[in-house]
Design a protein around this ligand. Structure first.
Ligand code: WT7
Length: 648
C-alpha cells in the first residue's frame, strides 16, 4: 500500500464555513455524534423512523431481518413503489409544478420537466412497456444516452415492477450482449443515437449486434434523439414516439414488496465475468433518500447536478432515485465537458444556477489541465457545495476544486461508496465535518467500518489494511444475479459476518478514513471499475495474440490506466501497427473506456507454479517501480528481468 505516503503528511483542515453550517440541515458536531450513536445503538429505531418518511403503500412490520445473513431483508412486509416515491408524493403536494429535471442537450437544446410532467411521461412510458407485454418481474436492459428518457425509462420499469439493467452507453455490443444474456433481459430500451463532441454517436447498431439471434429479446424500444438512420427489424423494433402517442398518461404504480428487485447493475470483479449487483426496493430507496438529503444538504431551492452517466450507480442513486425521492431539481447533461468548448460545465452551472455539484476526481484533474482561466470566465457564485466520487481524490486536485471551483466558499464532500453499497457510506457531512484533502472522513449513519489485517484483526491508527463493514445497511446489495456462491465468496467469506469492500484504507487517530484504492486486480479508470479479465479476454480473442495480462498503472489524469502485457503468436510481428490494432480492438470489444493506454509485448508472463499470472509483479513493472514483494512463488525467475529489459 505504497499510496499511504502521499497522504500521510496531509494536515490541512477545512472546517465548514460558518454561514454554511448555520443554515445546514446538520450544523453541529453534537448533532452528528448523537445521530450516529443512535443509529448504531438503536438501529431498528433509527432506520424505522427514517424508513417511515417514505410513502409506503403498506407499512413494514420489521426493520431488519438478518437471520439469513448475508441475505438481508430490510423493512420487512412493507410495500412501496420507487417511482411513486420519486413522483406521486410530490405531484400530490406543493412540488407538482416544481422543476424536476432540467436537461441540456449537447447542441444546446434544453428541456425542463416539472414533477407533474415527469409523472405523466413516466406513466406514458410505463404504458408503452405494458403494451409490449413487459410485466412485473421482467428484466429490461436500458442502453441510453443522457437524455430525460433514460431516467423516464428507469422509473417506468420501476412503476410496473420490472427491474432495469442499465448498461453504460459507452460499452460495445459484446459487453451489452453479455449483460443482456446474464440478466435474462426480455426487452432493450435504447435510442437512435446522441450527440457527443459535435457528432452523432449511434447506439442502435450496437443493440442490433448485441441482440442478434437472441430469442429472449422480444422488443427493442427506440427513443428518437439524433434522427440518424437506423436499421429496423420488423416486429421486434418499435419507435417510442409511435406507441407513446397511443397510450394513456395514467398508470397506477405496482405495489412492490420491500425486497422485490428494483434493478441489476453490472460491475467488474477481479475474476470471471461481470457481476449483476442486485438491489431491491425498500432499503435502496431509504439509503438513496437519506444520503442525498444529508450529504448534499438538499433543500427545495437547490439545483443539484451530478455529472455521472446513468449507466453507473452514481447516476442511479444521485441523478434519479435520491434527488427525485427528495423532490429536488436536478440538472442532466447529454454531452462531453469540452463540447463545444472547455468551459461547458461552468457555463451550465452559471446558466442554471447550480448550487450543489457532484463530479469525479478524473474530471477534476482534466479541468485542472485545461487551466484556471476557463472556469474564471463564469459566474459560479450559485455553488454552495461540491462533491467528489469514484476514486481517491489526490490532495492537489482537492485543493484546485476548493479554490478554483468552490472559490474557497464551498465545503467538499469526498464520498466513498460502491455499486454494491447502493449509496454513500463514508463521507463528510458538509455542515459539521472539518474536511481534509484526500480523506472521505467519517462513516454515515448506521455504518460501522473497520480496518483489519489479513486475519481480521483490527489495526491501529494509520495502519493500512482492508476496509470492512461490520453490520448490514439498508441499501446494501442483496446478491449477485444468478450466483449466490460468488456473492458469499466475494464479500462475506474472508471475514465471516462482515462485508469485505475490496478496498484498502487506513483510519487516522481522529477516526477519519483515507481510502487507498482497490486491493484486488480490478482497475479503476476514471472512477470506473474495469475487470482485468474482460480486457484480457478481449485481447486473447484477437487472432495474433496468444496470451495477455492486464494491470493498472498510476495515471495522473484517469487515476489508473490500463497497461497490457501481450504475447503474440509464432511468426507474428510485435510492432506499433499491431499495438494500435490491439488498442482499437479492445475499444471495439468493450468500449473506449477500456482502451489500453499501453501495450507491452513480451515472450512470456510471470506465473506461479499453479499458472496464476502474478499481476502484482506486472503492476510494479508497469508503474516502473522496484518489486519489493515476495517473488518466491514465481515459476521462472528470468521473466522479471526480461520484462524490465523490454522497457528500454
Ligand atoms: C470503488 C467502487 C461509487 C460510485 C462510483 C464507483 C472507489 C469510490 C471513492 C472515494 C476513494 C473511491 C473504491 C470503491 N471509490 N469512491 N470517494 N474515495 N475511492 O463505483 O464502480 O462500484 O467502484 O471506487 O475503490 O471500491 P464502483
Amino acid at each position: 500500500m505504497s499510496q499511504i505516503e502521499n497522504v500521510l503528511h496531509e494536515n490541512r483542515h477545512f472546517p465548514p464555513p460558518r454561514d454554511f453550517a448555520a443554515k445546514a440541515r446538520l450544523g453541529r458536531e453534537e448533532d452528528y455524534q448523537r445521530m450516529y450513536k443512535a443509529s448504531l445503538e438503536k438501529p431498528d429505531e433509527f432506520w424505522g423512523r427514517i424508513g417511515r418518511e417514505l410513502p409506503w403503500m403498506q407499512p413494514f412490520t420489521k426493520v431488519l431481518d438478518w437471520s439469513n445473513a448475508p441475505f438481508a431483508k430490510w423493512f420487512v412486509g412493507g410495500k412501496l413503489n420507487a417511482s411513486a416515491v420519486c413522483l406521486d408524493q410530490h405531484v400530490l403536494g406543493p412540488r407538482a409544478h416544481k422543476r424536476a429535471i432540467v436537461w441540456e442537450g449537447e447542441p444546446g437544446d434544453t428541456r425542463t420537466l416539472t414533477y407533474a410532467e415527469l409523472h405523466m411521461e413516466v406513466c406514458r412510458f410505463a404504458n408503452v412497456l405494458k403494451a409490449r407485454g413487459v410485466k412485473k418481474g421482467d428484466r429490461i436492459a436500458i442502453y441510453m444516452p443522457m437524455i430525460p428518457e433514460a431516467a423516464i425509462a428507469m422509473l417506468a420499469c420501476a412503476r410496473i415492477g420490472a427491474a432495469h439493467s442499465v448498461v453504460f452507453g459507452g460499452f460495445a455490443a459484446h459487453a451489452l450482449r453479455e449483460r443482456i444474456l446474464d440478466g435474462g433481459c426480455t426487452a432493450v430500451i435504447t435510442a437512435d443515437g446522441s450527440f457527443r463532441r459535435g457528432a452523432v454517436q449511434a447506439l442502435k447498431p450496437q443493440v442490433d449486434e448485441a441482440v442478434q439471434g437472441l430469442a429472449q429479446v422480444h422488443t427493442v424500444l427506440v427513443v428518437q434523439r439524433a434522427k440518424n438512420p437506423v436499421d429496423w427489424v420488423k416486429g421486434r423494433d418499435v419507435w417510442y414516439h409511435d406507441l407513446g402517442s397511443q397510450v394513456s398518461v395514467e398508470c397506477a404504480p405496482e405495489a412492490m414488496d420491500s425486497e422485490d428487485l428494483l434493478f441489476l447493475l453490472y460491475t467488474s470483479g477481479s475474476t470471471g465475468k461481470p457481476k449483476g449487483i442486485v438491489h431491491t426496493t425498500g432499503g435502496y430507496m431509504v439509503g438513496a433518500y437519506l444520503t442525498t438529503q444529508y450529504v448534499f444538504d438538499l433543500r427545495d431551492e437547490d439545483v443539484f447536478w451530478c455529472t455521472a452517466d446513468v449507466g453507473w450507480v452514481t447516476g442511479h442513486t444521485y441523478i434519479v432515485y435520491g434527488p427525485l425521492a427528495n423532490g429536488a431539481t436536478l440538472v442532466m447533461y447529454e454531452g462531453a465537458p469540452n463540447a463545444p468548448h472547455q468551459g461547458r460545465f461552468w457555463e451550465l452551472i452559471d446558466k442554471h444556477r447550480v448550487s450543489v455539484f457532484y463530479t469525479a476526481p478524473t474530471a477534476i484533474r482534466t479541468f485542472m489541465r485545461w487551466g484556471d482561466d476557463v472556469p474564471a470566465r463564469y459566474d459560479l457564485s450559485s455553488l454552495r457545495l461540491l462533491g467528489s466520487v469514484g476514486e481517491p481524490i489526490n490532495p492537489e486536485a482537492w485543493m484546485w476544486y476548493h479554490r478554483t471551483i468552490g472559490r474557497e466558499r464551498c465545503p467538499i464532500v469526498d464520498t466513498w461508496w460502491q455499486t454494491e453499497t447502493g449509496s454513500i457510506l463514508i463521507t463528510p457531512l458538509p455542515g459539521v465535518t472539518s474536511t481534509q484533502p484526500g480523506s472521505a472522513t467519517r462513516p454515515f449513519f448506521g455504518i460501522e467500518p473497520a480496518i483489519v489485517d489479513e486475519h481480521g484483526t483490527e489495526l491501529g491508527p494509520n495502519q493500512g489494511g482492508y476496509l470492512v463493514l461490520k453490520r448490514p445497511w439498508p441499501s446494501m446489495l442483496r446478491g449477485i444475479w444468478g450466483n449466490e456462491e460468488r456473492f458469499k465468496e466475494g464479500y462475506w467469506k474472508k471475514y465471516p459476518g462482515w462485508y469485505f469492500t475490496g478496498d484498502g484504507a487506513r483510519k487516522d487517530e481522529k477516526g477519519f478514513y483515507w481510502i487507498l484504492g482497490r486491493v484486488d486486480d480490478v482497475i479503476n479508470v476514471s472512477g470506473h471499475r474495469l475487470s482485468t479479465m474482460e480486457v484480457e479476454s478481449a485481447l486473447v480473442a484477437h487472432a495474433q495474440v496468444v496470451e495477455a495480462a492486464v494491470v493498472g498503472r498510476p495515471d495522473a489524469m484517469t487515476g489508473q490506466a490500463i497497461c497490457a502485457f501481450v504475447t503474440v503468436g509464432k511468426g507474428e510481428t510485435p510492432d506499433d501497427a499491431l499495438r494500435e490494432a490491439l488498442k482499437e480492438h479492445v475499444a471495439h470489444e468493450i468500449g473506449k473506456l477500456a482502451r489500453p493506454a499501453e501495450i507491452r509485448f513480451t515472450d512470456a508472463l510471470p506465473k506461479t507454479r499453479s499458472g496464476k499470472i502474478m499481476r502484482r509483479l506486472l503492476r510494479d513493472i508497469a508503474a516502473g517501480v522496484e518489486t519489493v514483494g515476495d517473488t518466491s512463488t514465481l515459476e521462472d525467475y528470468t521473466i522479471l528481468a526480461r520484462l524490465r529489459h523490454d522497457e528500454d
